[in-house]
Design a protein around this ligand. Sequence first.
Ligand code: CP
Ligand code: NVA
Length: 330
Amino acid sequence: MNHLLTIGELEPDQIQSILDLSTHLETSDESPLKGKNIGFVFEKPSLRTKVGTEVAINQLGGSVVHIEADLLLANGKAVPFTCRESLYDAMMNVSQWCDAIFARVYSHNTLEKMKEYGTIPIVNALCNNHHPMQALADMLTIQQKFGEDKPVTISFVGDANNVAFSLIEVALLLGHSVTFAGPQEYSWSDDKLNYFKLLTVEYGGMFFATKDPFEAVKESDVIYTDTFISMGEEHLFEEKIRHFQPYQVNEKLFSHAKSQTGFMHCLPAHRGIEVTDPVIDHKNSWIYQQAKNRMVVSKGVFSTLLTGGHSKSPQTKHNPSTLKMSAVSP
Ligand code: CP
Ligand code: NVA
């Protein structure tokens, strides 16, 4: 059984195979998902992840079944009597009909339980700790801009959140370098910092974290930010905004980087809060290419999971049929 819960489960050549297959399938008329039904379970709102992935599955001949999150998850608690049935029973039922589940949840543990209880692949559509599908799309965007082999420096400015974590993982696994700037109070735990350090030793990139956003961006090829207030953190709005205000990606910060440096954001963006209009609308802003690539990488991920990545005319450098998505978490 194969799943995709975190980027850390993947080896670098598996990541590249998914990206290569995604690129191939973007314009192919093949239907590798014909006859496959993928259940969507969303505990949180979504535009890009939900729509982009549903379009990808439709284009590859598959179907999407929307399952009310409350039927499975009881607002993330996954316990009987607060919902219609236990998560175990719900997952065993869904496993009889669907070929995979694409789930957006609060707790990462909910995904682990879905994986344990069901008999079908589980794909993480975002949880509080990870956003692997976003990170794959972002890496595809970076490769489209810089080529597959050029190591780049990505600066993440803002919150040490799910998007940042998966982005840092994918970047370091592929040998890129990352600089991170955010307030000390909301930065990475020592465990996470040690994990990033290990990835740099293993794969040759560099990582450093600083409180100073100007120091972080001065050599960067890409500046990335995300919301300062993630879904579920709305009650922290005033407190976080106060701490994060110096980390807004505005013209002053953006112009501190090289003139060709790109701007990235997973979206949804809060214009005037984490990023200003002149930056997000700048000619070097790649946000809509990122959004398009959310659809593209969904093709590669679901084809890899459900068909072993076989393609009529594979354009991949690596053989995705040998992919083994073994679970190796930080
Ligand atoms: N970037 C992203 O995951 O967007 P949605 O929350 O709209 O899916
Ligand atoms: N960090 C954000 C990402 C949204 C796509 C959140 O979790 O709300």
